[in-house]
Design a protein around this ligand. Sequence first.
Ligand code: ACO
Length: 402
Amino acid sequence: MIADVEVATLARAWGIAKPTHVLANVATTIAMKKPAAGLDGLIVGETAISTLDHGLHLRGFAIEDLVRQATYSEVAYLLLHGELPTHEQLADFRAILAEAAEVPPAILQLLEELPLHVAPMDALRTAISALAHFDEQPNETDDTASLGKAIRLLGQVPVLIAARQRLTRGLELIDSDPELSFAGNLLSLLTGRVPTARDERALDQSLICYADLEFNTSTFTARIVASTGSDLHSAVTAAVGALKGPLHGGANEDVLDVLLAVDSPARADKFVRDAIAKKRRLAGFGHRVYRDRPDPRAVVLKDICRELATTDEQHRLEEIAAAIEAAMWLHKQLRPNVDWPIARLYRMLGFDAELFTPLFVIARVAGWSAHVLEQQRDNRLIAPRANYTGPPPRTFVPLRER
Ligand code: ACO
């Protein structure tokens, strides 16, 4: 039995307001007799932006409804402002985004001069950090300044990714087209072609799926940085670094290796059994939170992939994916996460695998920024403790005596 006064002390120590959340943390800690590895299951703060409690809801709206009925621009507005935009608000938002998309020439030059071996995700991390030096309010952290920076980054990140992609291929840069949708413009920046409605919609839906997900690792990273009083560019740069890892956003680049290693649905079962026997993790499967229920983004995107597939090769990849999925469930009871279908979707849109995680960044800038703003509005430094497992206090022996 935990006394109310102890709950209050713990609440203060953990910087959380609701006693129920304190009790959830205590229960996890007691049950495991030590802090949960990887903070598994721990509630480490509060948010009004998104929740995984029942599927995935962004500001109260189910992800399935947003994917089927909204556009990414509406979702970005929703995350940043808390409500869906009216027609007029959306038109204004899109106009501001288009204006904000300008990238200083020095950054474009940097993107051209970074060595060719630098991966798009690494070049993007560097460019976002460098953009801060050209921002009109680099160190301001008040609400208006941070919102302005968030909107500028939302507009600029697609330009950065497309510029690096085209410059390293010796291609002319394409100007942003304010008449196109967010996804349509992104496709045009990358390919130089007028996007088809089908490709534009599919890319938009993928961006909606990637836009936000409660206290995932990169978002938590961004919030930790913001909690120190640091600026939005620093928080987003750190978040890009966290997203890059293969256990998080970087997994979407590895999914194709898994799919292409299995050249027929009939071989999927053996492939999965071998991988499990070797304790190999298959990219695109498993999730820290979606364990006892499907990742709703994977479900909706699987249908979208099926709708999108037209060529024999695409249909075949869908069949192979379904066979691997069935085998993973049969042998390890693991379900696909969002990255599993999205890698196929991006392949169908003609993107190289090394662009997959940068595309994730484009979408998640909205989520990260919303969380940075929320953290800044009601901030307390995030500074946890560790359970010490090192040697007990001991006598120091000077170097000459060792
Ligand atoms: N392939 C094979 N086995 C797996 C996988 C996988 N993808 N994921 C988990 N497992 C196994 C583990 O080996 C472990 O098995 P064991 O109990 O026999 O030792 C069991 O499932 C439980 O795994 P945990 O390590 O407890 O899972 P955790 O919550 O720590 O990890 C993670 C979650 C990192 C996402 C993990 O599932 C993984 O590595 N997946 C592959 C990478 C990936 O797709 N990441 C993207 C996640 S979604 C996102 O960030 C956008």
